[in-house]
Design a protein around this ligand. Sequence first.
Ligand code: B12
Length: 329
Amino acid sequence: MSVSETTSNVDQTPRHPIRLVANRTGLTVDLIRAWEKRYHVVDPARSETQRRLYSDYDIERLRLIRIAKQAGRRLNDVASLPLVSLRAVVSEESRFQGAIEPALTREVSWTQSTHTLDQSDLVDRLLYSIAMMDQLRFDQLLQQALVDLSLPDFLEQALAPLLAEIGEATRRGQLRIAHEHMATAHLRTFLGALRFREVFTGSEPKIVITTPTGQLHELGALMIAALVSIDGWQPIYLGPNTPADEIIAAVKQSGAKAVSLSLTYPADDPRIPLELTRLRAQLSDDVALFVGGSAMLGHQELIQRLGLQTATTLDGFRASLMQSRTSLR
Ligand code: B12
């Protein structure tokens, strides 16, 4: 055993049965036994009844060796490496493997170090909980992040990059459609609840928030709905895919002073210019019309021509919204 092995801070008390080890490492019981016999990857203790007993240290070794093997390493080459070298191998591989493996390695070290969230790899840990289909953990991480971060930082630094990573990982086949659906279904309710976290008196100016006809991605709009509440606006969230005439009706009935539209996909839907033009023409001049989202970029000329308000960052959006509020007085 090398020096780094003896100084490793991972608990070496033998206490876990092989089934638990299989669950935690993603290996089958048979494979664990075979790796022990053939490659001596771990050397479990025995209980009084001769059952194998593994430590946290064994579990971490097995998890890291599994990742290294998946990345293409030969078991013979990694089986006897000390923990510190295994971590180095896996972290080297993770730079080439994309989102999921770094999440896995960081989760391993996180579980053993501290339970305080470290913002720098929050996105990876969220991603990891999704990859493990662990909705409870996903929710806990989101709740904790909201304690650690302001709402704007939570949205911009955690959620927006997380959604981009989910999109990429799904496209690359590292996450399944089911993972993406689990995450977005959860975020819909999670973000939805944030809209009413602030105390409202009922006298706040109102803003109608939605996405236009054909735009089914709604998380951007939900992020906006959560955000405006902290600046003293009362959000009226219509859900996605709302025709211009219905948005107009909602504004008239509620007396809203602003509308926010999120465009995500598809960017080239010919209905977008028609709906935006109709909205601007039918809404009274004192109703501010905001447009944002990743698919907005292709419509700059139209946005300028119609005099719509826009922003590329959430901070920029808040600043413009603040201005609209001042002009209401
Ligand atoms: C969640 C998701 C889904 C969910 C949507 C669930 C739901 N109820 O919303 C589901 C699984 C249903 C889905 C389906 C599809 N999706 Co999808 N999806 C995503 C994902 C992962 C997140 C989308 C999201 O909500 N983004 C919203 C926010 C976070 O991003 P944003 O628009 O950039 O907004 C930011 C700012 O602009 C700002 N903002 C937002 N609104 C506003 C408004 C104002 C006024 C302002 C100022 C700012 C602002 O706030 C945000 C944070 O900074 C993205 C990945 C990604 N990179 O976004 C893919 C993604 C958008 N989807 C994509 C695709 C291709 C699809 C499908 C065609 C997949 C398929 N083969 O079926 C379908 C199409 C469905 C349809 N007909 O529209 C592609 C689009 C590619 C493209 N641009 O051409 C993406 C980019 C994934 C990818 N990398 O390929 N998807």
